[in-house]
Ligand binder design. Sequence first.
Ligand code: ATP
Ligand code: MG
Length: 576
Amino acid sequence: MRFSELYAPTLKESPAEAEVISHKLLLRAGMIRKVAAGVYTFLPLGYRVIRKIEQIIREEMNRVGGQEILMPVIQPADVWKQTGRWDQYGPEMMRLEDRHGREFALGPTHEELVTALVMDELRSYRQLPLTLYQIQVKFRDEIRPRFGLMRGREFIMKDAYSFNANIEQLQASYSNMYDAYSRIFTRCGLNFRAIQAATGLIGGKVSQEFTVLAESGETTVLYCDACNYAASDEIATTRLPEPSTEAIKPSEVVDTPGVKSVTEVSTFLNVPETKIVKTLIYKYGAREIAAVLIRGDRDVNEEKLSALLGTTDFHLLAGIEWGDYPELVQGYVGPVGLKGARLIADNEISVMRNFVVGANKTGAHIISVNVGDDFQVQEWADVKLVKAGDRCPECDGTLLATRGIEVGQIFQLGTKYSDAFGATFVDEDGEVKPYIMGTYGIGVSRTAASAIEQHHDDNGIIWPISIAPYEVSVLVLNYDREEQKEIGDRIYGGLEERDIEALLDDRIESAGKKFADSDLVGFPLQVIVGARTIKSGNIEVKVRATGERMEFPLEQAVDKIAGTVIRMRESLKLEA
Ligand code: ATP
Ligand code: MG
């Protein structure tokens, strides 16, 4: 491709609306343009990146036996009503009506549609396992579309679904997908980690997220400094501290006038926050109340609590709501003698001794409180948000925290969808059974953005060669000079012949602009043809990622550049 003919309007400044680096650079490098909030057009350079990521995904999906299909974006409401997700999905699902008043949605995901697709014709165990996948546009009316391609409303996803006859098949499909995902993100040149993840609205129990490690990520990843444990903070657990060996003391009510918060209590009574148990009052359902006991320095993990309460509809009791529950003394609630609430105790409290709690009386706390002696717990649970410094749940190590961008997620779903549809097959033993399903997504457009989050510098993008829009840019500094033009054309032609993807910068622009654009768009290798080339008979080549410069005699230029590109490609290649 010749730059003079390429539609790639680059920008010097980044538009004000862009907050994260990938969004800024995608706009500046002329790769995307905004159409509406969270909705973008891919320009030629941006679309080449997408196509390359898609190609890597296709190769790896096909390798594990996936078969590509294409389902529609628009989906009838009926299939969603069948599973109950028409109501559960809420405003994130974009709904519309046709001229006959029939309801439809723009697909945010395709579990319903794909189950309905196969259920009449996938009837025998002999046809299982089956994995279907597609690469297609999804629509989610995100409450806060932001960060460009990272959280769009319309975005490109690869979604795959496996239908299995039994748990062993499901586990094999899942493990194949795990391997495929690892290969995909490795081939894309990303530094990523597979972490244990929450399953949320989709359902199922076992799930892993593939996260690209980057500061701008929205996922907090907790990982062990000693073993392989890694989990999103939504579900991370920790090994409890060793039980306290303190002798149990008798409890005692003490006056704490006006002292309410954990920090205040800690200062006033001169006890560490880790010896205080706070009682958080949540309202859920119609008018039900849960009192959650947790160590004073901890936060409640609302994902875990949601799973426990069986609803996402809950909140901390606030403001005038306290008036509806006169038996609860705001600021001084505690577990001793507490009435009218479901008591849930975080399991960490079981190893604590002689702690401080609210006295259910204005201006008072109780010190030296102990479970069993002063109050009983029926419901122990893990409801804490695990943080850096906590102990690894699987070994003696310590957990560290980092940020990650979720680029993919794999789920062992089970029979949630097949049950809802009555989607069954006849097994070897003649019995009719529901398929056991798995679902597996990759954010294609988000993967492109994550690559930039991880690979950039002050001058622009540094594409891993496997997903770069072109592998080499040939900068002819003065294309209007016959000698330079001749050399540039020859190198460009030679590279094309060797299947090296090259972009010839033949624009009548300043050398400075050409260097700047090449760095900005992030081609892995820059070949520079200028007055110096003519004088020295050598061609200069710069590696974008390292800034390393090489010189090759002109007559060997094409071979040497092609050889360098092939070596760079190989660094991201995997064994077949
Ligand atoms: P998130 O937690 O970030 O909202 P999700 O868990 O809802 O994502 P999935 O349903 O697992 O997402 O979708 C599969 C993949 O699609 C995700 O791993 C992510 O890479 C991508 N994805 C999801 N939502 C968006 C979005 N709004 N914009 C771009 N990519 C997205
Ligand atoms: Mg997810």
